[in-house]
Design a protein around this ligand. Structure first.
Ligand code: FAD
Length: 503
């Protein structure tokens, strides 16, 4: 293996003999295809849409560009890793910057908190604005790091469903520190105990929404999530989130991955408990190895109805979904940053609305993401591309047209109240995404953003494994272990392909 620019150069083609199929070109599907190619497989990706990316896609409205789905980018080294293991310099494909400002939080009583990635600035902001001692927050962030470090190797980077994981040194260390991981308390209970102000409790409860869960039910071990932002950092690709996709697609194509768009997989064919290929509208495509990046519940229902679906997986509560408005705004708002939150005045009621009443609270929390703050080409000069998102329940047949009209009115009133503006006349371009569109466009069960919710202390163990009872059939993506969100989807591709031995 030659070394060039510090990266090994691999000749991929001489040993490509085995055929593998990936169903779906979501980020985990593409990452799986890259990893399989590096292992020596010849990989074909079959994608139902005419474009790649699934939830990670882009939208152009007039002169405004929007990232249609994910907007928060953490653990960028997981993207870099795909290039490095392919013998490429990631910087030749993909660049990103670290955001100094994590988020602007607006509360209904007029309080505004700017959370900086700089620890000293953050603690000073909290002391000044909330007039409290910042020591409990400092301890809280140290605790978040502790939980993250204790769980990352055992919960996030390995299959939770293999015996070898449970006899590893890491898991034994994790078990030894179980009590400190708050597995049996809710995130909210831990936050209330550890933080000395209701506004901080609300701020850190919000991290449950990063995997579509309810902080009043999700286990306290998920208080590791804030460490991603507050400890490791929040990043943004220099050309927007969509660049993660275009860079990975470029790499995959260079490695020889063959993409077949507009080719929905209709079934996975099996013989004697082994996969033998897939059926699409163009016929039968043979393969002894298949990775399904299609939502796992849909995989069982649509692709392998002959296989008994695991009840625990099928019964798991879906994560929350989202109602998104894309607005081209004919003005700039200096009080806003890349990530902004306008908090609900009753957070508990908001989560009860989502997960119990299966509707949208009358005062929902509104997330406003403005990529044009750091990617100037995303909006005309002096204007901004607003991505507004409200967490909503998964699709259970609600009247989304009515809910969308109600939410639009409510959030306009909230924005006007909090930002002291009149926003509606400034909207010069508009589109939306709702649970039905998410489901139609990505085949996600009930339009859930992150597969199953983590509203159960044992949720991590109930997530479907990355392998199946059918020999040669594996799963990668947000609906299986270790979970949704770009970093976990990338880890899912790693765990899945690590389970496969090239023969
Ligand atoms: P998906 O993106 O779900 O794609 C699956 C692909 O498989 C699709 O292209 C689909 O068409 C295809 N497919 C399905 N069935 C078939 C079939 N039968 N045949 C062929 N193809 C098929 N994550 C973050 O990290 N940060 C965020 O800020 C964030 N915000 C989000 C906001 C929104 C609005 C949404 C929707 C998601 C957000 N997420 C965020 C979550 C993140 O986008 C997802 O977890 C991740 O992109 C899912 O990737 P995936 O690989 O599981 O596949």
């Amino acid at each position: 293996m030659a070394i060039s620019n510090g990266y090994p150069e691999i000749n991929y083609f001489w040993f490509m003999t085995k055929e593998a199929i990936v169903i779906g070109s979501g980020i985990a599907g593409i990452a799986s295809a890259i990893r399989l190619t590096v292992k020596g497989y010849s990989v074909s990706v079959f994608e139902a849409n005419t474009y790649p990316g699934g939830k990670l896609t882009t939208l152009q409205l007039g002169n405004y560009r929007f990232d249609a789905g994910p907007s928060l980018f953490t653990l960028p080294h997981l993207v870099d890793e795909l290039f490095e293991l392919s013998g490429k310099n990631p910087r030749d494909y993909f660049n990103y910057q670290e955001l100094e400002m994590l988020c602007h939080y607006f509360y209904e009583d007029g309080t505004v908190l700017h959370t900086s990635a700089d620890r000293e600035k953050l603690l000073t902001e909290i002391e000044t604005k909330l007039e409290i001692d910042s020591a409990p927050l400092k301890e809280y962030l140290d605790h978040s790091e502790y939980v993250f470090e204790k769980t990352r190797h055992s919960f996030l980077e390995r299959s939770l469903h293999k015996f070898s994981t449970y006899i590893s040194a890491d898991i034994l260390k994790t078990v030894a520190s179980m009590r400190k991981l708050n597995l049996f308390e809710s995130m909210h209970e831990v936050n209330q105990k550890r933080l000395n102000h209701p506004k901080l409790v609300q701020l850190f409860d919000r991290f449950a929404t990063y995997n579509g869960s309810n902080p009043y039910k999700a286990p306290g071990v998920l208080n590791s999530i804030p460490h991603l932002e507050f400890g490791i950092g929040s990043y943004f690709p220099t050309e927007g989130m969509h660049h993660i996709l275009t860079a990975c697609m470029k790499l995959a194509k260079e490695l020889g991955v063959k993409f077949h768009f507009n080719q929905r997989v209709e079934s996975i064919q099996t013989v004697n408990g082994k996969v033998k290929g897939i059926e699409t509208k163009t016929g039968f495509h043979p393969a002894a190895l298949i990775i399904s990046n299609c939502d796992v519940k849909q995989s069982y229902k649509q692709l392998i109805p002959q296989q008994k679906a695991p009840k625990k997986t099928m019964d798991q509560e879906p994560s929350s979904s989202a109602l998104i408005f894309y607005w081209g705004i004919n003005r700039s708002f200096p009080e806003l940053d890349v990530h902004n939150i306008l908090f609900s005045s009753d957070y508990q009621k908001e989560f009860e609305s989502i997960f119990e009443q299966k509707t949208v609270n009358e005062d929902p929390t509104v997330y406003i993401h403005i990529s044009s703050k750091v990617v100037p080409g995303d909006a005309p000069q002096g204007k901004e591309n607003w991505f507004l998102m409200v967490n909503v329940p998964s699709d259970q047949g609600q009247d989304w047209e009515k809910l969308r009209a109600d939410v639009r009115k409510t959030i306009i009133e909230k924005i006007n109240r909090i930002l002291k503006t009149d926003i509606e006349p400034l909207i010069e371009e508009e589109d939306y995404l709702d649970p039905v569109r998410i489901s139609e466009r990505t085949n996600s069960f009930a339009g859930a953003l992150y597969g199953a919710s983590s509203n159960d202390r044992m949720a991590a163990f109930f997530r479907h494994p990355n392998f199946s009872k059918i020999k040669g059939l594996y799963f990668a993506g947000g609906s299986v272990h270790p979970g949704g969100g770009i970093p976990l989807c990338l880890l899912s591709a790693k765990i899945t392909t690590d389970l496969i031995n090239y023969q």
